[in-house]
Each structure stands twice: as C-alpha cells, then as structure tokens.
Write a protein that binds this ligand. Structure first.
Ligand SMILES: CCCCCCCCCCCCC[C@@H](O)CC(=O)SCCNC(=O)CCNC(=O)[C@H](O)C(C)(C)COP(=O)(O)OP(=O)(O)OC[C@H]1O[C@@H](n2cnc3c(N)ncnc32)[C@H](O)[C@@H]1OP(=O)(O)O
Length: 225
C-alpha cells in the first residue's frame, strides 16, 4: 500500500496531481539538459537554459515538507526538510545570485543527479498511488541514489566552493559595520559553515536511503511451515 497515511481521496488526488506535475516539470528540465548538450556539446550556458524551470520545480518541493508534517505521506519530516532545504538553499542562495557559478562544472553534476532522481522518484510515487509499481521503477528508485547522491552532493559543494570568492568580494547579502542597526552579518561565513553541515547531515540521508533500499528490495521473509 502507498505511504499516504489515510486513504483520504482528496489527499490521494492532490498527491497524484502533485507527482504528475513534478514528473512533467523535471522531464521538461531533463529535455532542456539533453537538448543543450546535443546542440552545444558543452555545459557552458546550460544553467541559463533551464534556470526558470529549475527554480520553479525545485522550490515547489517545499510542499513535501508540508505533506510529511501534516501526515499526507509517511516521509521523515526532518530528513525531508534537510533534503529540500539543501537544494532550495543551493539554488536560491548560491547558484541563482552568483552568475560566476553558472558555467562551472558543479552545474551539470547537480542537474544530472537531481533530474534523473526526481523523474524516477515522482513517477514511482505516482505508480504506487495508482496501485501499480513496476519492479524496474522500485529498483531504480532505491538503487540509482547510490551514485546520484554523491554526484549531486559533489556538484552542490563545488558550486558552493566556486561562489565563495565572489560572495566575499561583492559582499552579497552581507551587512557590515558601521550601520544604523549596529549589526553585522557576513554571508560568506554562512556559506563556509555549510561545508561541515554537509559532512554531518549527508551521511544521515545517504544511509537512510540504504535502509529504505533494504526494506523495499529485500524479498519478504518465508513463512515457517
Ligand atoms: C536552511 C537549512 C539548510 C540545511 C542544509 C542541510 C544540508 C545537509 C546536507 C544534505 C545533502 C543533500 C544532497 C542532495 O541535495 C543531493 C541530491 O539529492 S543528489 C540526487 C540523489 N538524491 C536522492 O536520491 C534523494 C531523493 N530524496 C528522497 O528520497 C527523499 O527526499 C528522502 C527525504 C531522502 C527520503 O525520505 P523518506 O524515506 O522518509 O521518504 P520516502 O520518499 O521514501 O517516502 C516515505 C513514504 O511516503 C511515500 N511518499 C513520499 N512522498 C510521496 C509523494 N509525493 N506521493 C506519494 N507518496 C509519497 C512513499 O511512497 C513512502 O511510502 P511507504 O512508506 O509505503 O514506502
């Protein structure tokens, strides 16, 4: 049975609509990525090609925190929040405002990792809700993360790393003394602080997915005769 907690038909209909829209959105991004490589043979210019769609569909994933919080699905609230905010933070707090990151190698890494993951994940949820779960989808959902998670994290950290000198030089989102509020804030140090945060929390998400994999792909135990 699906992870939708109570079989409330309005919740079920909403989740089907959400998953179908997200599958379509990420497929649109995927087509943009493949089309860009096919046409230009380089990742330069790739971000600008998919920026609007990426901002929209990645931000929409915030709804998943509410799905988990209000019991529409059985996802872990803390892990879902970490997962969603790491990406929303990278997209809105690093990649979008720091144009110098757009043509760096972190971009194709995150786009490939996120796009493949999300097309499969949302398609998988849709199938589960419709009561049909092709074995191949189950296997892909709980196997591809083994390589896509490290690829995505590497791309996210590379993007963070490349943004640092530009954030420091431009004073992006920072407030320096003296000022009327007598308060200072340095965004550069917030971004620096994200590296240890990733080191602490990424293993939790990664090993959680291995536990989910074991639960979902292990054959059911044979009944004792
Ligand atoms: C400002 C604060 C900033 C904090 C920053 C902190 C940074 C920390 C470091 C984080 C590193 C993240 C790196 C990452 O961004 C890189 C990548 O993602 S690369 C790509 C690879 N990624 C993945 O494969 C992960 C994909 N994500 C997930 O799978 C989930 O988000 C995750 C939270 C990891 C898993 O959560 P959980 O196991 O709890 O949930 P499930 O999805 O398995 O679902 C549980 C049950 O609920 C059902 N469900 C869930 N959602 C839906 C839905 N939309 N529709 C229908 N049903 C749904 C699901 O089927 C399960 O059902 P059941 O229990 O019956 O199996």
């Amino acid at each position: 049975m699906s992870g939708v907690k109570k079989q409330n038909s309005a919740a079920q209909a909403w989740l089907i609509m959400y998953n179908v829209a997200m599958t379509a959105g990420w497929s649109f991004i995927g087509i943009g990525v493949v089309g860009h490589f096919y046409k230009h043979g380089t990742y330069k210019g790739l971000y600008d090609q998919v920026e609007k769609q990426l901002l929209f569909f990645q931000t929409s994933a915030i709804l998943e925190i509410f799905h988990a919080m209000f019991g529409l699905v059985r996802s872990n609230v803390m892990l879902t929040t970490l997962q969603v905010f790491s990406r929303v933070g990278i997209v809105w707090g690093v990649i979008q405002p720091v144009v110098q990151v757009h043509d760096k190698e972190g971009i194709p890494m995150v786009l490939i990792a996120w796009t493949i993951t999300e097309i499969i994940r949302y398609l998988f949820y849709t199938f589960v809700l419709l009561g049909v779960t092709p074995k191949v989808m189950l296997w892909l959902r709980y196997t591809l993360f083994i390589v896509l998670y490290p690829l995505g994290v590497t791309g996210e950290l590379l993007s963070l790393y490349y943004s640092l000198p530009h954030v420091q030089n431009s004073g992006l989102y920072s407030l320096y003394l003296p000022n009327n509020l007598n308060f200072s804030f340095n965004y550069y140090y917030v971004l620096l602080g994200m590296f240890p945060v990733y080191v602490i929390f990424f293993p939790q998400l990664y090993f959680h997915m291995f536990a989910q994999r074991k639960k979902s792909l292990s054959p059911p135990a044979k009944k004792q005769e």
